[in-house]
Design a binder for this molecule. Structure first.
Ligand SMILES: [Ca+2]
Length: 539
C-alpha cells in the first residue's frame, strides 16, 4: 500500500499561520513546535533542541550473541556535534505494521541539503552515529527502524506488511516526512536530497529511486548488495565451502599461506610489487600449487582447503540446472574476514542466515547447522514473488535520471560478495540509460578494498576516520556532480594503518584503471594515471 502524503500541519497558533499557507512561505519555527505535526498515517512523538556537544545516546550496552547492533556509544563520541533539533516520530504503514523514524536538523549549521545514509542489515537500531556523521557536515538527516526493534533480529519480517516496510515503504514514508519537517523547521525544503550508502544499505536506496524517483536527487552507493536473493546464496555457499569437513576450515595461518601464494603468482601482473592486485581479474591463481606434499605440515594447504578455495573462486551455480546464481570471488582478498569465515564455530554470514530464516523460510526455528541451504529447491523458494520483491535490481532508473539524478557506484575489488555482480549491474543500468549514461551513472573500482570502506555501514566521518583500512568520502564528488554538473572521473582513496595514512590509491572511472607511471612512490596516487587497459573480453 502506498501511503498518501496528506500532510496535516497542526498549527499551534503561536505563529499565527494558516494551514493553507505554503510551507516555504512560513517563517522558521522553534524545534519544539514540530512536536505538533501530524500526518494522516503518523505523527511526531517528540521534538527537542539538543545543545552543541550535549547529545547523550540512549543505546543498549548489551547485545545478543551474533547480534548486528553496533557496540555501545559513549557521549564523548558526540561531543563535537553542533546544536540540532532531534525529532522522533512514528507511523502506521498498514493495519498490521508500523515504523518509527528520527529526523535530525542542524540548528544553525544547515547546508540546505538533506541526506539519508540507510540502515545496516535489517534495521531497527536507528544508529545515532550514522545521523551524527551527516549532521556534523551540515546535512539534515533521517533514519527509520523500518519496523524492527534492533534486538530481535529479523523476526518482524515474517509479517508480510513489515517485509514491505523493510523493502521500500519505511524509507519512502520517512523521506516524505523528513522533507515536511525540514520545510517546517527552516521555512524552506532542501535544495538537494542525497543517498550516501554502503553495503546492505545500498538495497534501500536503489529500491527507493526505482519506485519513487522524486524522493532523491543523487546517490553514492558502495559495495552494492542489491541482488539479495542471490547474494545470500553466495554467502551461504562460501560458508559451506569452508565448513564442509573439519579439514576445510581455515585458521589465520592458512589464510596467510593462501594470500602469500596469490601474491607470489599475481602481484606483479600490474607491474607493481606492492602486495596488492590492482585488477584481480588478471589473476588466474590455482590454489592446487599450495597443496601439502607428503610429510609437509606447514606453509601449505590441506587438499580439503584447496577444494574450498576452488569453490570460492568459481561462480555459485544452481545444483541441477547449472545456472549461474552469483559470480565468483576474486583472489587477493584472503585477509578479508568474511571471505573465508575462518572459525569452525562461527555461523554463516549473519545477513544471509537471518534472511533465509525469516524471509525465505519464515521459520524462526530454522537452524543453518542442521538444515543446510541447497541450491535447487531453496532457489525456487527464494524466487517466490513476495521474497524476490526485496531485490533492488531494477536497471531502468531513467525516471530518476531524467530528473537530473546521478548514480555514483563504487566497489572494492576484494569485496567478499563478488565485485563482478556490481559491475554487471552498473553495465545494465548504463545500457538501459542509453547515450547519456556517462553523464548520470559512473562506477569506480577500488583495488584491495573489501565490501565497504573501513567505516563499514556507517558514513565516512572526516573528523574521526577509521584507523585502519580504506576510507574516502563520496559526498564532495557527488554534490559537485549533481549541483555543479562536474562528474567525477578519478579520485584518491586513503589507506591507513594504526591511524596513519600509509598509502593513497588513485581510483579511476570504470572501465579505466590506475596504472603505475613507472617512476615515483608506488604508495602515492600521483604515481599513477588512469588508462583504459586492453584486456580479454572474459570477466
Ligand atoms: Ca601489485
Amino acid at each position: 500500500m502506498k501511503c498518501t502524503l496528506a500532510v496535516i500541519v497542526v498549527v499551534t497558533g503561536v505563529l499565527g499561520l494558516r494551514t493553507s499557507e505554503p510551507l516555504q512561505a512560513q517563517a522558521r519555527r522553534a524545534c519544539t513546535d514540530l512536536s505538533s505535526i501530524k500526518w494522516d498515517n503518523g505523527r511526531v512523538t517528540s521534538a527537542r533542541l539538543v545543545a552543541a556537544g550535549r547529545f547523550e545516546p540512549a543505546w543498549a550496552t548489551q547485545s545478543l550473541p551474533g547480534e548486528t547492533r553496533p557496540r555501545a556509544l559513549s557521549p564523548e563520541a558526540f561531543a563535537d556535534l553542533p546544536a540540532f533539533c532531534q525529532v522522533m516520530g512514528e507511523g502506521e504503514t498498514s493495519k498490521e505494521s508500523r515504523i518509527r523514524f528520527q529526523v535530525w536538523l542542524p540548528e544553525t549549521t544547515w547546508n540546505r541539503r538533506y541526506r539519508a545514509d540507510g540502515f545496516a542489515f535489517f534495521g531497527g537500531t536507528m544508529d545515532p552515529a550514522v545521523l551524527a556523521a551527516a549532521v556534523r557536515e551540515g546535512y539534515a538527516t533521517a533514519t527509520t527502524d523500518a519496523g524492527g526493534d534492533g534486538t530481535a533480529r529479523a523476526n518482524f519480517l515474517v509479517n508480510p506488511e513489515s517485509l514491505k516496510d523493510w523493502n521500500y515503504r519505511a524509507w519512502h514514508e520517512t523521506t516524505v516526512k523528513a522533507k515536511t519537517l525540514i520545510a517546517s523547521y527552516y521555512g524552506s525544503g532542501p535544495l538537494f536530497s542525497y543517498w550516501n550508502l554502503t553495503g546492505g544499505n545500498t538495497r534501500q536506496g536503489l529500491k527507493n529511486i526505482a519506485l519513487y524517483p522524486e524522493d532523491y536527487d543523487a546517490m553514492a552507493a558502495g559495495g552494492l548488495s542489491n541482488y539479495v536473493t542471490r547474494l545470500t546464496f553466495a554467502q551461504m555457499a562460501a560458508w559451506q565451502a569452508t565448513h564442509d569437513t573439519p579439514d576445510s576450515y581455515f585458521d589465520a595461518r592458512a589464510l596467510q599461506v593462501l594470500n602469500a601464494g596469490v601474491l607470489a603468482a599475481c602481484d606483479m601482473n600490474d607491474g607493481v610489487k606492492d602486495a596488492l592486485l590492482h585488477d584481480p581479474r588478471d589473476c588466474h591463481f590455482d590454489p592446487q600449487v599450495l597443496t601439502c606434499r607428503e610429510g609437509q605440515q606447514t606453509d601449505c594447504l590441506k587438499p580439503a582447503q584447496v577444494v574450498a578455495v576452488q569453490k570460492l573462486y568459481a561462480p555459485v551455480r544452481h545444483s541441477r540446472t547449472g545456472e549461474r546464481l552469483y559470480p565468483e570471488l576474486l583472489p587477493g582478498g584472503e585477509w578479508n574476514g568474511a571471505l573465508l569465515n575462518p572459525s569452525p564455530e562461527l555461523p554463516p554470514a549473519d545477513y544471509a542466515a537471518n534472511f533465509f530464516k525469516y524471509v525465505v523460510f519464515r521459520d524462526p526455528n530454522l537452524d543453518w547447522r542442521t538444515r543446510r541451504i541447497n541450491y535447487d529447491a531453496d532457489v525456487a523458494l527464494a524466487d517466490r514473488p513476495e521474497v524476490s520483491a526485496v531485490n533492488a535490481i531494477e536497471a531502468d532508473l531513467r525516471p530518476f535520471i531524467r530528473r537530473g539524478g546521478k548514480l555514483l557506484f563504487y566497489n572494492g575489488w576484494n569485496d567478499n560478495l563478488s565485485p563482478l555482480y556490481p559491475i554487471e549491474f552498473y553495465r545494465r543500468v548504463a545500457e538501459t540509460t542509453g547515450a547519456d549514461a556517462g553523464k548520470s551513472v559512473r562506477m569506480f573500482m577500488i583495488p584491495g578494498m573489501g565490501h565497504n570502506p573501513a567505516n563499514g555501514n556507517r558514513p565516512y566521518d572526516r573528523f574521526n576516520p577509521p584507523p585502519n583500512g580504506y576510507s574516502f568520502d563520496p559526498m564532495p564528488l557527488l554534490t559537485r556532480w549533481r549541483e555543479a554538473g562536474q562528474p567525477p572521473d578519478q579520485f584518491a582513496v586513503d589507506h591507513r594503518t594504526n591511524g596513519k595514512v600509509d598509502r593513497q590509491l588513485l581510483v579511476c572511472e570504470y572501465p579505466q584503471r590506475a596504472e603505475y607511471r613507472g617512476t615515483g612512490d608506488p604508495m602515492q596516487s600521483a604515481s599513477y594515471q588512469c588508462r583504459l587497459a586492453e584486456r580479454p573480453a572474459a570477466r
